[in-house]
Design a protein around this ligand. Sequence first.
Ligand SMILES: NC(=O)c1ccc[n+]([C@@H]2O[C@H](COP(=O)([O-])OP(=O)(O)OC[C@H]3O[C@@H](n4cnc5c(N)ncnc54)[C@H](O)[C@@H]3O)[C@@H](O)[C@H]2O)c1
Length: 439
Amino acid sequence: MTLKNTEIQKAEGKLGVLIPGLGAVSTTFIAGVMLIRKGLKLPKGSVAMMGKLRVGKGDDAHYVPIKDFVPLADLKDMEFGGWDIFEDNAYEAAVKAGVLQKPDLEPIKEELSSVKPWKAVFFNDYVKKLHGTWVKKAPNYWDLAQMVKEDILNFKKEKNISRMVMVWCASTEIYQEMKPGVHDTIENFEKALKESNKYIAPSMIYAYAALDLGIPFANGAPNLCNEIPALRQLAEKNKVPMGGRDFKTGQTLMKTIIAPGLKARMIGVDGWYSTNILGNRDGEVLDDPESFKTKEVSKLSVLDNIFQPDEYPALYDGYHHVVRINYYPPRGDNKESWDNIDIRGWLDYPMQIKVNFLCRDSILAAPVVLDLVLFFDLAQRASMYGIQEWLSFYWKSPMFEPGEQPIHDLFVQLMKLKNTLRWLMDVPPVTYLGSETYD
Ligand SMILES: NC(=O)c1ccc[n+]([C@@H]2O[C@H](COP(=O)([O-])OP(=O)(O)OC[C@H]3O[C@@H](n4cnc5c(N)ncnc54)[C@H](O)[C@@H]3O)[C@@H](O)[C@H]2O)c1
């Protein structure tokens, strides 16, 4: 991340929120913002909207809501645009997703129905379980990217938008590794676009279109997408903030809450077995082994980073970490997860922890989308660009600069986020030294 060197621009005018994928997460997010700005619901789960920062010391110390501390966009100024491989508008998609109940959707039915998806960039090889009908056709991938740009620029003009942010909320694509000669430089990537190279995923085309237009890009799924060097370079070249990957919700959120506690008390771990049942479209997509592999890699990376088995072999060397996701339609979006953690304490005596989390996946993800939209917009107005490590708090697999390490511990991530906000506003960071006991 490159740090600010100028004043933060004011959040004036409308903020366009561009979303590939009008599914469970994004419609829950959009509907939520519409309900909140009507004063009908509270933005629970959003750190940007509900969180506070303590500033000052001793008698001067006081808590300030984050939304008043930094100049964030007003929810009333948000306009939503998106793409999907199905033609359903956001209201119809929300009803199908079945996350929010109809009485909650009623007061915003008209507004939500007005969000109609543009045709998607979609290649079936990348999401094998879905067969979309609302899909762009063009002679090559370069032309597809131009069509995505046209959608964005038309939307900007039509809605009189001054700034935009794109958040990928579409399905998880198959597992992919970086391909030299295609993904490594902007030039190779653009050439590969013109040749419709098979190593270019749809998510990369959306990310390319956004970054090329100077629009911040956040990747909510675990696909490779903007991680590739070509798109990192494009973000640096155009001075655009970006980040990813994979919203931190559900079981992984729990993991990054519990694991730092075990580690802090030097409690050993023999194994951590995690299993889930999930019945929404995301679950169906993840039922394909190639899409699941992408998710699995993202979910598995978390514990190693927190436990540091190389530094603490007596506690964590060779611990077993297993993650399973089972598609089970009756549950819809209401995922249930079970964790069995085999731990070891004093004199190597074994103990167990069982966690049974009955969560609602999209209810946890929607405030993450909101915070990312608000903070990526803030980052851009503060002239911060490249990977935004200070937003690691929101990701299962936070992107990081080459040669650095990602941070997975939720509490370290939160401190980094809050201290970055303090730094932006020229307030001293909190170090917990001396009598500084605030967060
Ligand atoms: N819900 C969570 O807690 C959570 C957490 C982390 C990551 N995610 C990720 O967020 C994404 C969305 O999750 P969801 O539950 O909303 O899934 P969903 O299946 O309900 O929605 C995804 C939507 O994307 C559409 N789509 C697929 N490929 C597309 C393309 N190329 N262009 C445009 N649209 C496309 C699908 O038709 C679908 O409507 C998934 O990748 C999921 O893995 C979700």
